[in-house]
Design a protein around this ligand. Structure first.
Ligand code: ATP
Length: 252
């Protein structure tokens, strides 16, 4: 379970996240949508405990990350938008390092690492330095690193970027099975089709606030959008296209 209460983040006088209240229960895959600069990454970083909110609270599995950060982080796997790995570690070493951060080591962890590498088709790269990995391979290694300690909650920023169709499908299936077994996933995405296909509920964030949230049908109802596509609902809520500016730029 993830609960955000009155979450605010200000950078100087600029308010990036402006009072977000959201609850994602166990067994749910929740999508955070919104245009560039809406505040999605800032929100996700506050949930992951790497940015301190200006105001409000984040609870992960009922534990306040502000007052009990280690306990909350133990329950969570965080997958950032940019896959950072240490170039001079092999894939296997990186995963061992990730597990050790959660105090886990030994034969059970080695088996878990092998399972994850197998799942993401990285087994034959296990002993290669990550500097030789492609972008997608790094992304899959980071995802494995977030799962290695068996978290109950996954928080993930733009998970499908850089993944080939097979890996993207694998990740969607993995998230679905994870929530079907009682886990919780909160993901941000720009890909409206992905949100429509995989998310149980969504929130559309605009200028740091939740403009609409619920199931796709509920969001359509809230915006009185009839049977509009998610793309049309999204554009309606976030200011639409500037056709006249397009014309001006493209005019010969
Ligand atoms: P995108 O879809 O482009 O990734 P986003 O919804 O994830 O966007 P954020 O990265 O959360 O957006 O940024 C929200 C706003 O906060 C933006 O206007 C951004 O310029 C601002 N912002 C983010 N980080 C900082 C920072 N460290 N200092 C000042 N402003 C920041």
């Amino acid at each position: 379970m993830i609960r955000l209460t009155g979450l605010v983040k200000r950078y100087g006088r600029f308010t990036a996240v402006d009072g977000i209240d959201l609850e994602v229960p166990r067994g749910e895959l929740f999508g955070l949508l919104g245009p560039n600069g809406a505040g999605k990454t800032t929100t996700i970083r506050m949930i992951a405990g790497i940015l301190r909110p200006t105001a409000g609270t984040v609870e992960v599995g009922g534990i306040d990350i502000g007052t009990h950060p280690l306990e909350a982080k133990h329950r969570m796997g965080y997958i950032p938008d940019r896959p950072f790995v240490y170039d001079k570690l092999t894939g296997g070493e990186f995963l061992r390092f990730a597990a050790a951060l959660y105090g886990q080591e030994g034969p059970a962890v080695e088996r878990r690492i092998d399972e994850l590498l197998e799942l993401f088709e990285l087994t034959r790269w296990k002993d290669e330095l990550t500097e030789s990995y492609s972008h997608g391979m790094r992304q899959k290694l980071i995802i494995s690193g977030a799962l290695v300690h068996r978290p109950a909650v996954i928080v993930v920023d733009e998970p499908m970027v850089g993944l080939d169709p097979k890996s993207a499908r694998l990740l969607k299936d993995l998230f679905r099975q994870f929530v079907d077994r009682g886990g919780t996933v909160l993901m941000s995405t720009h890909t409206l089709e992905i949100a429509e296909q995989v998310c149980d509920r969504i929130a559309i964030v605009y200028r740091g606030k939740v403009a609409a949230h619920g199931t796709m049908d509920e969001v359509r109802r809230q915006t009185a959008s009839g049977d509009m596509s998610l793309e049309e609902v999204f554009l309606k809520l976030t200011g639409g296209l500037r056709e006249h500016q397009l014309d001006a730029v493209l005019e010969a």
